[in-house]
Design a protein around this ligand. Structure first.
Ligand code: PLP
Length: 387
């Protein structure tokens, strides 16, 4: 089955529950242990094993051509659960230096307290990797498309490096989605998602997913049973509903983001556009090799003084954090996602005050471009008047 078909049909219960076309919400904390449930063991929402969980697990595994999957209470529950399931005191984690802010904080504020050390490395420079290995290095961690500069690091080489050294390889695949990248096909052990974003796609729940090798997924499942980072049945239902349109959403977002990136690249108020789909992007060749689409996330460096009035002048994107929903969003990372860092740290990550990050939604592409054209021209005129 192609991915579009899997989104609709993979994992659906046979026979359907009472013939229901959609899997109903099983709003029950626990289940009988006798009768027809006897062979299923104890079923309980915190164990992530109700009918609402089962269908999502089977569908998500199918989407990434992986052995197994698990839904979690949030993206951070997936990430923290996967890391804690595979690291013990004395172990070391090798992580790319640019990470989602919440992950970075978990690595630097939580893991050291548990006796787990983190070594940051440059996942784009394979020649430096051997020397970053230390006694006790167990896990390597990267993201498919980095935030907010949208870089695509040497993912194929990372998976091979991990296998060669017996490391567990984890990748946050949130920005790419299973449409654009399927980590299991490239040798990653576990793919992690904030399902809050594209997988659900409607900005109305917080959820996560862990997808990959059956044994590794099972370890995370046992870990989360203890930590309690479970997804409730109603959120499972909404995630299931959102997931069915993933392919049509992401394809539109891929195409729309590319068109807007091309428009922005030509505009005189824009100094630099970060989007791996642009032929001039530093990682474009690698992105073409690895990805089936370049995603719906763009960032760009506005000319000095343009970013703030631009966000005021735009009418279509909502000025809000997060990403992956049906509505376009815009933020300035220096004042939101990366505001907690020092100016120096921000500069190291390439997060200047002029950087704008966009999550492209499902609005008509021409309408979106027209909004940016009007808003950018208004900023330009304002600047000229002031000069
Ligand atoms: C949002 C996000 C997370 C965290 O997910 P939550 O669902 O908010 O817990 C992790 N990684 C990436 C790349 C994200 O965008």
């Amino acid at each position: 089955m192609k991915i579009d078909t899997k989104l609709i049909h993979a994992g659906e219960p046979q026979p359907r529950y009472e013939g229901a076309v959609n899997v109903p919400i099983f709003q029950s904390a626990m289940y009988e242990t006798g009768g027809e449930w006897a062979d299923k063991g104890v079923r309980y929402i915190r164990y992530n094993n109700t009918p609402n969980h089962d269908v999502l697990h089977a569908k998500l595994a199918a989407l990434e051509n992986a052995e197994a999957a698990l839904v979690t209470g949030s993206g951070m529950a997936a990430i923290s659960g996967a890391l804690l399931a595979h690291l013990s005191p004395g172990d070391r984690l090798l992580a790319h230096w640019s990470l989602y802010g919440g992950t970075h904080l978990f690595l630097t504020e939580e893991l050291p307290r548990l006796g787990i050390e983190v070594d940051f490395f440059d996942a784009a420079a394979p020649e430096t990797w051997e020397e970053t290995m230390r006694e006790g290095t167990r896990v390597v961690y990267v993201e498919t498309i980095t935030n907010p500069l949208m870089e695509v690091v040497a993912l194929e080489e990372i998976a091979a490096f991990a296998r060669r050294h017996g490391l567990v390889s984890l990748i946050d695949n949130t920005f790419a989605t299973p449409l654009n990248f399927r980590p299991a096909e490239w040798g990653f052990d576990l793919s992690l998602h904030s399902a809050t974003k594209y997988l659900n796609g409607h900005s109305d729940i917080v959820a996560g997913a862990v997808i990959g090798q059956a044994e590794a997924v099972d370890r995370v499942k046992r870990q989360l049973k203890h930590l309690g980072g479970t997804l409730d049945p109603h959120a499972c239902f909404l995630l299931h509903r959102g997931l069915k349109t993933l392919a049509v959403r992401v394809r539109h977002q891929n195409a729309s983001a590319l068109a807007l990136a091309q428009f922005l690249e030509e505009h005189e108020s824009v100094a630099q556009v970060n989007y791996p789909g642009l032929p001039g992007a530093p990682d474009h060749a690698r992105a073409r090799h690895l990805l089936d689409g370049f995603g719906g996330m763009i960032s760009f460096e506005a000319r000095p003084g343009v970013a703030a009035p631009l966000l005021e002048a735009l009418t279509m994107p909502i000025i809000a954090p997060s990403l992956g929903g049906v509505e376009s969003l815009a933020i300035r990372p220096a004042f939101t996602s990366h505001a907690g860092l020092s100016a120096q740290e921000r500069l190291k990550l390439g997060v200047t005050d002029d950087l704008v990050r966009l999550s492209i939604g499902l609005e008509d592409t021409d309408d979106l471009i027209a909004d940016f054209a009007r808003a950018l021209d208004a900023c330009l005129m304002e600047k000229q008047t002031m000069a």
